[in-house]
Design a protein around this ligand. Sequence first.
Ligand code: PEP
Length: 255
Amino acid sequence: MSRQLMVAGNWKMNKNLIEAFTLASEVISKAKKLSGAVEIVLAPPTPYLHTINSMTKDLSYVKVAAQNCHFEQNGAFTGEVSAEMLNSMQLAYVIIGHSERRKFFGEHNNILSRKVSAAINEGLKVIFCCGEPLDIREANTQQGFVQKQLEESLFHLSVEQMEKVVLAYEPVWAIGTGKTATPAQAQSMHYFLRNLIRAKYTDKLADNCTILYGGSCNPSNAASLFENVDVDGGLVGGASLQSDKFIQIVNALSN
Ligand code: PEP
């Protein structure tokens, strides 16, 4: 089994140019002291992608992700960025399906399916977010909800394409709320997700698929989340905006 451990920082719409440069510089210099066992992914706002990607070129285990892309290659889509453009900047990853994109920009499973295809066809790797809102968790129907998200947005991919996908389980009720899934809730859903992949694809793909947990992950709770066998790291929002906190989370996975 060669499952890549990963901690990705989603900066969302935060930081001006100087602040973004400072945060990236701090993370890169702290990452240089680490073993490299954990892949660190930085997802800054779109205008800073090229600069920050250039800053990471000496470190094989620090990569950059866009937070979104359009499903078309180019055209009259004012304000959008295409997967082709991201690829032309030699970015490694794009995040697709974040709950804030689903909620504020109406991105439903079918649109996300087209975005996933566009990204993979351009040679990008995808960090695909799934996760249930609070009412679904309270009704205990979260497995069916998340299964539908995967079936409608990912399961059109071939085995070779699916190998380019990192999953991020992000219960919507835990994102930016300070509420975290318990380690048992995270493990249970990650195990379920891995078995969905096993049933649809192959044992090898399921065993090698990196599945991140996201939702108020911080230096205090990271270790207890990451010690679960099916939790391969984290997608971190708020705590990724300070280099110390972010690196502590990376360390929680390395140890
Ligand atoms: C996220 O936005 O993906 C996220 C997990 O945010 P936070 O860590 O702030 O909950």
